[in-house]
Design a protein around this ligand. Structure first.
Ligand SMILES: Nc1[nH]c(=O)nc2c1ncn2[C@H]1C[C@H](O)[C@@H](COP(=O)(O)OP(=O)(O)OP(=O)(O)O)O1
Length: 162
């Protein structure tokens, strides 16, 4: 069976003190509840991943971002051998242009974080391995396989995205 197709969108701005900031969110419902995650979700049938990413940003934060303003930054496979239903293929996009101010929704409480102080201890365990590299401008193809606890990365591969 094909993996669930999902997307993430990394919104990055220049912070007041010159340090770049990324919009992440406290996930209040569904998959990853309680974690700090990037905005995103499932790609619906017939939707391109970029259009899905723009839609998810709007649904989860109220921000308007154009699908054609998104840059594909990574493609990541998340595997949970103990919970194969959670396996996902994720298209990761980045954007620096959008309209509006982020607002809390039923699903997410958005929050800006300096890229120098990312909340890895509250994110999925894979985040620390790929997010800083993408924020540094690398384009990645990665795969992460989780251990039996479904919380700890047991194996990872990261190669350039071609
Ligand atoms: N290991 C992981 N690390 C990570 O950084 N993001 C992950 C991840 N595994 C899944 N995700 C992301 C991808 C996707 O955007 C999101 C899960 O999709 P959703 O937020 O859509 O889930 P929900 O169960 O809330 O359902 P919907 O909102 O109905 O789509 O979590």
């Amino acid at each position: 069976m094909p993996l669930q197709s999902t997307c993430l969108c990394l919104l990055v701005r220049d912070g007041a003190d010159g340090v770049r900031e990324i919009l992440l969110g406290h996930k209040k419902t569904g998959f990853g509840r309680g974690k700090i995650v990037a905005l995103g979700g499932h790609v619906e049938p017939g939707e391109s991943p970029a259009v899905a990413a723009a839609r998810e940003v709007k649904e989860e934060s109220g921000l308007l971002v154009a699908a054609d303003a998104l840059t594909e930054s990574a493609r990541i496979t998340f595997l949970f051998p103990e919970r194969p239903a959670w396996d996902m293929e994720v298209a990761v996009f980045s954007a620096t242009d959008w309209t509006g101010e982020p607002a809390e929704t039923a699903e997410i409480r958005p929050c800006w974080f300096p890229v120098t102080a990312l909340p890895f201890d509250r994110m999925w365990d894979d985040g620390k391995r790929w997010l800083p590299r993408v924020l540094d401008g690398e384009r990645l193809r990665a795969a992460f396989s989780y251990a039996a606890d479904n919380e700890t990365v047991a194996a990872a591969t990261i190669t350039p995205l071609t």
